[in-house]
Each structure stands twice: as structure tokens, then as C-alpha cells.
Design a protein around this ligand. Structure first.
Ligand code: HAM
Length: 456
């Protein structure tokens, strides 16, 4: 038997439904924020990631999937979405579009050759956004608000927002020097990679996975102490907008992020759910005002974030959030004879075309086994075809919960199902008891209410 590769996932069954639901919620949120979908290739020229993400980052030095294609080109599977989108923005001259800033969102698989563990995969899916062409602090706050609102809409409660500022180039240069001065006398206490990082890119020492518990790192200089006045003021304004949006956050002056392109605002959203483990960052992002220029485009101020879908679903599972995923069937059509089977074929087609979720029997089972199959599929209504009823243009319908049966004229069937299924939906929802305020009586519940808690 051939097994899947380490750190990869086969997505199927209920888990696949959860991912689909999470994906739909993200896409509908993107409509509300007026972001446009973008899809860029899964593989790109290796140089893009080396120059874009940074030669000294762990992602580039240790984690990329690199290969030569049959034309002897150096190719890399994308380890993240930002660099590819910036390449596309430059190549397609989006900076010339009348609508500025360019607000984009994506949903795709990324590849990092990491040591597989819970929450850290080699192939994983990110949802993310990139805003290209604005340095307005309002956009910083808005971009932070997206994953916050997204996680709230999914019903996740245990999340913590951490923000920091790396400042502009002058502030970053001052901070870089402060780190070199601080670490230099202790160089022997750091791992081999950090020795190498000291002069090339001392910021990377702060997210070293080997030295992460070393007290030296914990007591290292803080970015906020090296911000110049302008950067400080900018950071204050971002915080004011976050307050306007009523987003709770914690300033973490040690947050530097693992990719090189950031300046000014950086942020992460952590799951504070019990049992999550150490890979608990659900979303991360920040401002990158130099990247477009660095990749040969015009000076363009940008900000974005990405979140790990696998980690989000894991957090939802741990918090036991019940997602409103469809795991039942509206109608199961049953038959025995060949003529009934033919009738079933056209009837299903007719019902599906009219918007019902319908299934039938495909393995030649008898009626008794078909009832069991209908139960397994959680069918709400059974249509039990019978040649005699069909001769009168009628079908037998059974409510699979109450077990009540009725003979219904085929002409009346759509109306019957419409009526009865919408009554059931309302019965399931307990709308009268709901105090969430998200819906009016007789309208469908938003599906995100936590009725029991609201009642406490
Ligand atoms: P990142 O922090 O490398 O940032 O990744 C963002 C999120 O992707 C993480 O917070 C995590 O949830 C998820 N993630 C990362 N690596 C893995 C992995 N190996 N397995 C499972 N999930 C993972 C970026 O990728 C930036 N491009 C974000 C950004 C966009 N910054 C500006 N714009």
C-alpha cells in the first residue's frame, strides 16, 4: 500500500464539510469587506521566495520544496501567498488600476518542509488577504479586524490578538544595531544558526526555534523602545482605530514574525483553547511597505495576513463548536421494480432541479435495506415508489421522524415538500427561545448562536 506523504492530509467526510463551511464563511466575509479573489500559481521561480521572504529566514533556508523542472529551471512550491501575489501585482500592473488600494483575498495550499507535528504540516491551507497601495493606519486596523471577525463568526471564543510595531526603516536599523550590541558578548550561548544570523539578520535570532527558551532572548531589547517619533505616532493611530472597532488586543513588543518583509504593524492571533499545543497561532500578518519595490515594482505600501485553516478547524473542534454543516438529506427515493427505478431517475432529476437535496439506492438492495440506508443518510422524507401508485400519478411519502405516511399527487409534490421541509427547519431551530438577537422571528437563525449560553 502506498501511504500519503508525511505532514499531508486527506480531507474527506465530516472534516471536509467543516473545511467547506469555514471556506464559505470566509468568502462571504470577503464580500462584505469588498475584497476580490485572486489565484496565483502553486509553483514559482525560486528567486521570488528567496528575494521576497528573505535569504536568512527559516522558511527559505530550511523549509522550501525546491526542484529543477525538465527545462532546468529552479522552481519552488509556494511556502506562503504574499510573494506570489506581489509578483502578480507587478506583472499585471495592478498599480495602474483606477481602484486603489487593490484589495485581494486568497485560499490555497502552501508547502513547507517542516518537522510534522500537530498544527504544523508540510502541505497546509491558508486563507489570506493582501491590500496593496495604502499606508493608511485605518487599513492596518481593518486587516486585523478581518480574522477577528472571521473567528467570531465561526463561533470561536478563545482567541487572543497580539500586535506590535517594527517601525520604519530608520527604527528597524536602530533596533537591528541594538540587537547586535546586545547579543555580541553572548555569542557563545547561542546556537550555530544564530551565530550566523547575528550580523546577517539579528531579528531572526528572536524567532529561533532552538534558542526559543533561552533567557537571553526573553530579555532582548524591545522593538517599541527603538521606534522613532513618526513610527510611534503611526502605531498609536492604529491602536486608536482598533479601539474604534472594539477589538481587544495585547501589545507584545517581542512579536517580530518569521518572515523578513515586515515593517510597522505586525500581529498574530492565538488560540487560547486548552489542549491546543504550541502551534497555536491561527493567523498572522503585518505591513510590508518595501516588498513591491524590492521585487522590481514601484514603491507601494501594503499590508496583509494569512490564517491556517487546519489550525482553525482544530480550535473549533477543541471548543466543541457546532458548525451548521449540512449532514442530512431532504429526500430519499426508494424503488424495487425496473419501472419504479426508471421513474425514480426522472423524479430525482426533477426534485434536484427544483432545489431539493435528494439521493437514492445504487447497489441493488431490497426495500428493508433501503430504509436502513435512508436512516444512515439522515433522510427527512422517504418517497417509496410503487407501480400501482404511479399508475394513479401518486407517490407515497413518509416522514422519517414521525413515520407518518401520505399518498401525494405528483402534481402537488413540490409544494408538499416545500411546505413540510420548511416547517421542519423552523421546528429544529427553537427560534422562540433564542435570545441572540441575530434574527427575527420566523427567519432562519444565523447558525452562530450559542443558545444554552445565552440563556444562562
Ligand atoms: P505565517 O505566519 O508564516 O505568515 O503563516 C500564517 C498562518 O499560516 C500561521 O499563523 C498558521 O496558522 C498557518 N501556518 C503556517 N505554517 C503552517 C504549517 N506548517 N502548518 C499549518 N499551518 C501553518 C504568512 O504566511 C504570511 N504570508 C502572512 C502575511 C500575508 N503577511 C502579510 N500578508
Amino acid at each position: 500500500m502506498i501511504s500519503k506523504q508525511k505532514g499531508c492530509l486527506d480531507l474527506y467526510g465530516t472534516n471536509a464539510k467543516k473545511w467547506q463551511y469555514v471556506s464559505k464563511v470566509f468568502e462571504s466575509l470577503m464580500e462584505k469587506y469588498n475584497y476580490n479573489y485572486i489565484r496565483t500559481p502553486i509553483f514559482e521561480a525560486s528567486e521570488l521566495f528567496h528575494r521576497g521572504i528573505g535569504e536568512t529566514t527559516d522558511v527559505v533556508t530550511k523549509e522550501t520544496y525546491d526542484f529543477k523542472d525538465r527545462g532546468d529551471r529552479d522552481i519552488t512550491l509556494r511556502p506562503e501567498g504574499t510573494a506570489g501575489i506581489v509578483r502578480s501585482y507587478i506583472e499585471n500592473k495592478m498599480y495602474g488600476d483606477a481602484n486603489q488600494p487593490v484589495k485581494l483575498f486568497y485560499n490555497g495550499t502552501m508547502y513547507r518542509y517542516e518537522r510534522p507535528q500537530a498544527g504544523r504540516d508540510r502541505e497546509f491551507t491558508q486563507f489570506g488577504v493582501e491590500v496593496l497601495g495604502s499606508n493608511d493606519p485605518l487599513i492596518d486596523a481593518e486587516v486585523i479586524s478581518i480574522p477577528v471577525m472571521f473567528l467570531q463568526m465561526l463561533g470561536l471564543r478563545g482567541v487572543k490578538v497580539k500586535i506590535n510595531s517594527l517601525g520604519d526603516k530608520e527604527s528597524r536599523d536602530n533596533y537591528r544595531q541594538a540587537l547586535i550590541d546586545y547579543f555580541k558578548p553572548h555569542i557563545n550561548e547561542l546556537c550555530e544558526d544564530c551565530n550566523d544570523r547575528l550580523l546577517k539578520n539579528p531579528l531572526r535570532i528572536l524567532d529561533c526555534k532552538v534558542d526559543k527558551d533561552n533567557a537571553l532572548l526573553k530579555n532582548a531589547p524591545k522593538t517599541l523602545d527603538y521606534l522613532n517619533e513618526e513610527s510611534k505616532k503611526r502605531f498609536e493611530t492604529v491602536k486608536e482605530y482598533l479601539d474604534e472597532l472594539e477589538i481587544e488586543y495585547e501589545v507584545d513588543s517581542r512579536l517580530v514574525r518569521g518572515l523578513d518583509y515586515y515593517n510597522h504593524t505586525v500581529f498574530e492571533i492565538e488560540a487560547s483553547v486548552e489542549g491546543f499545543g504550541s502551534n497555536n497561532v491561527l493567523a498572522g500578518g503585518g505591513r510590508y511597505n518595501s516588498l513591491v519595490n524590492q521585487l522590481d515594482g514601484p514603491q507601494t505600501d501594503c499590508i496583509g495576513f494569512a490564517c491556517g485553516v487546519g489550525r482553525i478547524v482544530q480550535a473549533l473542534d477543541l471548543e466543541e463548536v457546532k458548525l451548521p454543516i449540512i449532514d442530512d438529506l431532504e429526500v430519499f427515493v426508494m424503488y424495487v421494480s425496473d419501472t419504479e427505478k426508471k421513474y425514480a431517475t426522472s423524479l430525482m432529476h426533477y426534485l434536484r432541479a427544483n432545489g431539493f437535496r435528494v439521493d437514492t439506492e445504487y447497489t441493488g438492495r431490497g426495500l428493508k435495506a433501503q430504509f436502513k440506508q435512508a436512516d444512515r443518510l439522515k433522510a427527512k422524507y422517504l418517497i417509496i415508489l410503487n407501480d400501482e401508485d404511479l399508475a394513479k400519478d401518486e407517490v407515497k411519502i413518509k416522514n422519517n421522524k414521525t413515520k407518518e405516511e401520505e399518498l401525494v399527487s405528483v402534481d402537488y409534490l413540490l409544494y408538499y415538500l416545500d411546505e413540510h421541509l420548511s416547517d421542519e427547519d423552523l421546528d429544529d431551530l427553537d427560534i422562540d427561545d433564542c435570545k441572540c438577537g441575530h434574527h427575527e422571528e420566523n427567519h432562519k437563525c444565523c447558525g452562530h448562536c450559542h443558545h444554552e449560553e445565552e440563556e444562562e
